[in-house]
Write a protein that binds this ligand. Structure first.
Ligand SMILES: [Cu+2]
Length: 471
């Protein structure tokens, strides 16, 4: 009797979730991605048509149609992400990569997602931003039991509104997000939509941050705020693909933030409008032009513009340390400190001592210094005019006149028309007109103070005003 009741209850629960038993008989074959290159857009082979997105250094998960339902199979598993060439990080992700594959569906699609857990601990998947039955929301303990290692769960709901969404676990979140469990979800509009423009280029990227000690391979999961690897789709410049557009294309860029801080995302050379959030398309009256949009923690922002200015335009987070790689940041600021005669003395005590930061940190961009194994340089990336001194949340928008409509390949560096590049002034020098009065960072008449107990802060050689005339 008890047993019969148990089964009856179980059957009711399954029916309530409208998951057809026959559909569960055979799991869709999971598809895995070994490469961290940008995959070609996945043109929908069946179902309602749409223009696919490009996930920079990512890919879109194929599906199968089963009685009119789009079936996807996500496998949560440990992966190794090549964050930069030769810099490998042990992460947790989905189907071979972190971030996991982008899921693309169309407004009104019925979607069934199988989630298999190959992690060493339980997980769930929360479909960030979706309207769905409460029991499909993926909050472990609250709306469903956790998915134990080795188990497969099935989620099913209708894509009820178009927009840019994400997915991530709602189980042991601090660890699972710090290890890279995340992905993008795009719901395309069904045909023409009054608030969603047709675009020629549609890019998607997810902001993720990691704390990987130089020389190690696994992120420190106990970190709360002090991350040192800042990434677009878990890649750092110059390992991230460029955004490519043909001149006068309308371009959409979707940016999701699953880091633990906000990121002011900034585009050079063009102004854009925020046309959507993870709440859907923004009303037209709520749009205004800007060149930087802040993407707060847990948010998605969709920006759109006409790429009408040819060139290689920077696209980056405006927090300057987020465009850098792993760095020791307990450094004193030494700008303006004269090290003459000091380096040799320090090297008698610390043989590896290197003078750094005396003229700012730009010297680092062109410097080749030995790094611990499995570390990428703090400032890297070379452009046609020299080192770019960028290494994190940075890439380029490459606008070209002559590009194929669906050509997303890197066209190389921009060839500037003659006379359109900033150049050295060759007229009369400024020094002749207005000689420098002080060394940089030295207030005129400031007292020369040597603070005791500041052994690491080499101050004895601080220059007197006017004495610092370069080296
Ligand atoms: Cu940032």
């Amino acid at each position: 009797m008890q047993r019969r009741h148990f089964f009856a209850g179980a059957a009711t629960a399954v029916a309530a979730a409208s998951v057809n038993r026959a559909a569960l008989a055979a799991l869709p074959e999971p598809v895995s991605q070994a490469s961290a290159d940008t995959a070609a857009p996945l043109a929908p082979p069946n179902g309602r048509p749409y223009r696919p997105v490009i996930t920079l250094n990512g890919w879109t998960l194929p599906w199968r149609m089963h009685n009119g339902v789009k079936e996807f199979h996500l496998v949560a598993e440990p992966v190794v992400r090549e964050v930069a060439p030769g810099f490998f990080v042990n992460m947790w992700g989905y189907n071979g990569q972190s971030p996991g594959p982008t899921i693309e569906v169309v407004h009104g699609d019925r979607v069934r997602l199988f989630v298999t857990n190959r992690l060493p601990e339980h997980t769930t998947v929360h479909w960030h931003g979706q309207r769905l039955p409460n029991g499909m929301d993926g909050v472990g303990g609250l709306t469903q039991p956790h998915i134990a290692p080795g188990k497969t769960f099935v989620y099913e709901f209708e894509a009820r509104r178009p927009g840019t969404f994400m997915y991530h676990p709602h189980a042991d979140e601090m660890v699972q997000m710090a290890m890279g469990m995340m992905g993008l979800w795009i719901t395309h509009p069904r045909g023409a939509h009054p608030l969603i423009a047709e675009v020629q280029r549609d890019y998607a990227l997810l902001l993720a941050a990691y704390d990987v000690e130089p020389g190690s391979k696994t992120p420190r999961v106990a970190e709360m705020t002090d991350f040192n690897i800042w990434t677009f789709n878990s890649r750092v410049f110059p390992a991230i693909s460029p955004l490519v557009a043909r001149q006068n294309d309308r371009v959409r860029i979707r940016v999701g933030n699953l880091t633990m801080t906000n990121h002011p995302i900034h585009l050079h050379g063009h102004e854009f409008e925020v046309t959507g959030t993870d709440g859907g398309p923004t009303p037209r009256a709520a749009r205004w032009p800007e060149v930087t949009t802040d993407v707060a923690v847990g948010q998605m922002r969709q920006v759109e513009f006409i790429a009408d200015e040819p060139g290689d335009w920077a696209f980056h987070c405006h927090k300057s340390h987020h465009t850098m790689g792993a760095m020791g940041h307990d450094l004193p600021t030494l700008i303006g400190v004269d090290h003459r005669g000091l380096v040799e003395k320090i090297q008698q005590i610390v043989p590896d001592y290197m003078r750094m930061g005396e003229r700012g940190m730009a010297d680092m961009g062109g410097m080749e210094m030995p790094l611990p194994d499995n570390t990428f340089p703090m400032m890297t990336g070379a452009g046609p005019f020299g080192p770019l001194e960028m290494g994190g949340m940075f890439t380029t928008l490459k606008v070209r006149r002559d590009l194929g409509a669906n050509d997303h390949r890197d066209p190389g560096w921009y060839r500037h028309p003659a006379g359109t590049v900033a150049r050295e002034w060759t007229g009369a020098p400024l020094d002749a007109q207005a000689p420098r009065q002080t060394a940089p960072g030295t207030a005129p008449g400031a007292a020369q103070v040597h603070k005791p107990g500041h052994a690491g802060h080499a101050a004895p050689g601080a220059p007197s005003p006017g004495a610092h005339d370069g080296h």
